[in-house]
Design a protein around this ligand. Structure first.
Ligand SMILES: Nc1nc2c(ncn2[C@@H]2O[C@H](COP(=O)(O)OP(=O)(O)OP(=O)(O)O)[C@@H](O)[C@H]2O)c(=O)[nH]1
Length: 604
């Protein structure tokens, strides 16, 4: 049962497929609830974007408290809880949802239900949330709200007959959404006198206050001065401040069962406030933590090295700074014969990896070389020892390997039916096993595949997009390890193994992959004074080979004497090009070579 206080609270998230209008709708809800004037809103949203930038994931909207007064004059506190919008962050999404009683499901009136819509709905149903479908973008000429209502009912199996029809962009019918939230989302429950149980669903580092933990209080009450215990990590702290987001953090006296807000306690590292952990009272601890905690572990690893002229310490400093705010980022020093000193970094997925790389380059102004991403292989040696290998160079010699296993994901792909052939071919090519195919309506199909993660991390998403003209959508989750015939493929330049190019591939794919990599390297490595053989090899067996012919490259020959400024420009350009080169043994390799080996090119 909810108390009178709790009767006036609604905790909800907005879930949507990317681009269906989640952020725009959130902005409108903030605007409609009149907490902020237009101008304040602009400033605050800008502020929060700065903060987001610090946090590394572009989320745009943020957890915030809205005060809604309905037409009967009753006032409600609506806590909008943000969820990150990408498959890499499924666990974080599930914890944010665990902090709510309801979810607003935004569906684009032209696009309809997509893979991520469905994935998010399943997560919300797992948490027993009340789902409120909202059909957005009804201003579009291509909007087909009635069909989409049917689609929601048929595919998701929830009643959408009275789903609000809105245009977040034009601010149409936003009130209906607020009304639906108040009517349909259950009020929170929980005893405010019980021992404290607060769920951490997010956190970030603030240089003045230390870590700010976003919490949903499920049981009990928390106040400044309380001694608290993190149940998963066992760490103890004393609370400095509790508060709510409006969306700027604002201190309050206490947070009680049913409320959403933040706690600060001079915590130095986000690793101490793990998403999904339960905060309890150190003196009067709860018997059991809240369910669902999981330690997040990286799924994808790659090497990050300073480019020529860049300092190793600068890269370490930058990684340390990012890690303060990103509990999922891991790194440790490693050395490569080819690239020298650098770091092996672990990420939740490819998007997470790309975000970190981009931030290192943009915010810290670093020039980096990134090696091919690798998943974690489970290797059982002939002596029974089991190793988790995330760097191909650490693979034991083949005679010591009894068998290897690779991570498999469950993938859900939704697409218009005219592309089914293309996509099945793609999945087949990536060693996928089809589990199920379902017609969602006469135009759209849902495919369920088991795919090796190793095949997904190399540009699968790009390939899917290009094979479906951008209409295919993908969602996946880790399923487990499976035995597989894997081999380590080395790449040799001028007869020398370049360790940074080594990769673990499926036996059946090694030859074609080797050929593509050799061809690509031939395209991107400039000619030298000598011929350069490029080889792909498994052990001592060469499986593909190309040669870059020798040539003396004289850029000035093109200038026919004359124009001195043009000559200068060319020389400068050449110098610029040199900076981005890397000496690997006797061969100079441009930075793009490292990227080139990552991409399969299906058309080649
Ligand atoms: N025509 C129209 N466009 C809209 C409407 N709502 C949002 N959009 C547009 O759709 C695009 C995506 O909107 P966002 O609010 O950023 O969508 P999102 O779901 O938050 O997307 P991500 O943040 O990328 O996950 C933007 O270009 C919006 O301007 C609407 O009601 N009508």
């Amino acid at each position: 049962m909810s108390s009178n206080r709790q009767q006036k609270i609604r905790n909800f998230s907005i879930i949507a497929h990317i681009d269906h209008g989640k952020s725009t709708l959130a902005d409108r809800l903030i605007e409609k609830t009149g907490l902020l004037t237009q101008r304040e809103m602009k400033n605050q949203i800008l502020d929060s974007m700065d903060l987001e930038r610090e946090r590394g994931i572009t989320i745009k909207l943020q957890t915030t408290r809205l005060i809604y007064k309905n037409n009967k004059g009753e006032e409600y506190i609506l806590n909008l809880i943000d969820t990150p919008g990408h498959v890499d962050f499924t666990y974080e999404v599930s914890r944010s949802l665990a902090a709510c009683e309801g979810a607003v499901l935004v569906v684009d009136a032209a696009q309809g239900v997509e893979a991520q819509t469905l994935a998010n709905v399943y997560l919300a149903l797992d948490q027993n949330l009340e789902i409120i479908p909202v059909i957005n973008k009804i201003d579009l000429p291509s909007a087909r709200p009635d069909e989409i209502k049917n689609e929601i009912e048929e595919i998701i199996g929830i009643d959408a007959s009275d789903a609000p029809l809105v245009s977040a962009k034009e601010g149409l019918n936003i009130e209906d959404v607020l009304e639906a939230i108040v009517k349909k989302v259950p009020a929170p429950t929980g005893d405010e006198d019980a021992p404290l149980k607060a769920l951490i669903f997010d956190s970030y580092y603030d240089s003045y206050k230390g870590v700010i933990a976003y919490v949903r209080v499920k049981e009990g009450t928390v106040r400044p001065g309380d001694k608290i215990l993190m149940m998963a990590t066992g760490k103890k702290f004393e609370v400095n401040e509790v508060g709510v987001f409006i969306p700027r953090p604002m201190a309050v006296d206490e947070l009680k069962a049913g409320e959403v807000g933040y706690i600060t306690a001079s915590i130095k590292n986000v690793k101490d406030t793990q998403v999904g952990d339960t905060i309890t009272s150190a003196s009067n601890p709860a018997k059991e933590p809240l369910p669902g905690y999981k330690k997040v572990v990286p799924m994808v690893y790659c090497g990050i090295y300073p480019a020529e002229g860049e300092k190793y310490e600068n890269v370490r400093d930058a990684l340390e700074k990012l890690q303060v705010n990103d509990a999922a980022l891991e790194f440790e020093p490693e050395t490569s014969n080819a690239l020298g000193f650098g770091f092996r970094c672990g990420f939740l997925g490819l998007l997470h990896m790309e975000i970190i790389q981009e931030r290192l380059e943009r915010e810290f102004n670093l020039d980096l070389i990134t090696t091919s991403p690798s998943v974690i292989y489970r290797v059982t040696k002939t002596n029974g020892e089991v190793l988790m290998v995330q760097n191909p160079t650490n693979l034991p010699p083949s005679q010591e390997i009894q068998f290897m296993e690779e991570p498999i994901v469950d993938a859900q792909i939704m697409l218009p039916n005219e592309y089914v052939g293309n996509v099945m071919e793609l999945c087949q090519d990536r060693r996928g096993i089809m589990k199920n195919m379902e017609y969602l309506d006469e135009k759209r199909v849902s495919l369920h595949y088991e795919l090796p993660l190793n095949e997904v991390v190399y540009d699968f998403f790009d390939a899917l997009k290009s094979k479906t003209r951008g209409y295919g959508s993908l969602d996946y989750e880790f399923k487990g390890y499976q035995r597989s015939k894997l081999v380590k493929m080395d790449i040799l330049l001028n007869k020398e193994v370049i360790d940074a190019f080594s990769m673990i591939v499926h036996e059946s794919k090694a030859e074609s992959r080797g050929r593509v990599v050799c061809e690509k390297l031939k395209d991107v490595i400039p000619r030298h004074m000598f011929a350069i053989p490029i080889q792909a090899a498994i052990g001592s067996k060469v499986i593909a080979r190309e040669t870059i012919k020798a040539m003396r490259k004289d850029v000035l020959a093109k200038c026919y004497g004359g124009d001195i400024s043009r000559k200068k420009k060319l020389l400068e350009k050449q110098k610029e090009g040199k900076k981005r080169m890397r000496q690997l043994g006797s061969v100079e390799v441009p930075q793009e070579a490292f990227m080139a080996v990552l991409k399969y090119d299906d058309n080649k």
